[in-house]
Design a protein around this ligand. Structure first.
Ligand code: G1P
Length: 294
């Protein structure tokens, strides 16, 4: 049995970098190829054997809940039209896991959002995913982290090398044994200036949280940007002598919270699909060569 059976998916952010689209559509529902962004995070969990998923949402995110609820107009119309297999495929989205919903009523930070799911996940290690980090990999990245947890129990954060000028956008880890993978950490800091960063390894939105995390969330103060940062809860675990590790996953990451990242995610996800890759490659090559007309 998988050690990690529960996940929290954070879907409460405003999506300000994708306005005006996100005025009406939650950023998690923007399409990447033919499915909403959030489905990639959910499918990643399912592929890793995670069967209980808690969404932390804010007001205005009803579309996400509708998507993961069986029934609804499209399904009914498909069934009425005799298209049972398409109707079943839609119904299957909601039946693929046990989904729960909690509301974060104020944007007080990631640790606060995780704490909103506390009653549903406390007492066991659990996964945490940010759907705007889209990860395409042969082995689901959250499953890679779950394996790292089995190897070295304690909180685990996914990391990738980041460019120096991008360091202030990330949590940055300070590995005690830089060669190891997982690598035990001696520190972690939220969005440092490049000159103060302990390494160039930035945290990506995939984590395994050890059950003690709530004890530490209770103790941290508002940090960077006045928000309760999950990074600070990890730092508190490290100070208490608990194991916190970083893990360099295998896979490609797209930051879909920005227009360019969202475009690249669509291209990357389509190139990973057999039904689209060949044609897309041809069309992109043509577009990029001189003479292609819109
Ligand atoms: C959050 C975390 C940060 C992490 C990043 C990954 O920042 O606070 O530590 O590196 O996600 O996407 P945000 O992107 O929400 O500002």
């Amino acid at each position: 049995m998988a050690t990690i059976s529960r996940a929290v998916i954070l879907a409460a952010g405003l999506g300000t970098r994708l306005l005006p689209a996100t005025k009406a559509v939650p950023k998690e529902m923007l399409p990447v190829v033919d499915r909403p962004l959030i489905q990639y995070a959910v499918d990643e969990c399912l592929a890793a054997g995670i069967s209980e998923i808690v969404f932390v949402v804010a007001e205005g995110k009803e579309a996400i809940r509708d998507y993961y609820t069986a029934g609804g107009r499209t399904e009914t119309m498909l069934r009425a039209g005799g298209n049972e297999s398409a109707a079943d495929a839609l119904a299957g989205l909601a039946q693929a896991a046990r989904f729960e919903w909690v509301l974060q009523d104020q944007p007080l930070g990631i640790a606060h959002a995780v704490n909103c799911a506390r009653a549903l996940v406390e007492g066991e290690p659990f996964a945490l995913l940010f759907p705007d980090d889209l990860l395409i990999a042969n082995v689901p990245v959250i499953g890679q982290l779950a394996r790292a947890y089995d190897q070295q129990p304690g909180s685990v954060v996914a990391v990738q090398p980041v460019a120096r000028e991008e360091i202030p956008q990330y949590g940055i880890v300070d590995p005690a044994e830089p060669g190891g993978n997982p690598a035990r950490l001696k520190g972690i800091v939220e969005k440092p200036a490049a000159a103060d960063a302990p390494s160039n390894l930035g945290v990506v939105g995939r984590y395994i949280l050890a059950p003690t995390i709530f004890h530490h969330i209770d103790r941290i103060e508002p940090g960077k940007n006045g928000e309760l940062q999950i990074t600070d809860a990890f730092a508190s675990q490290i100070r208490a002598g608990e194991t916190v590790s970083s893990f360099r996953y295998e896979g490609k990451r797209y930051d879909t919270g920005r227009p360019l990242g969202l475009i690249l995610a669509s291209v990357g996800a389509a190139l990973a699909r057999e039904d689209l890759a060949g044609q897309l490659r041809q069309r992109l090559t043509a577009m990029l060569s001189e003479g292609e007309q819109p």
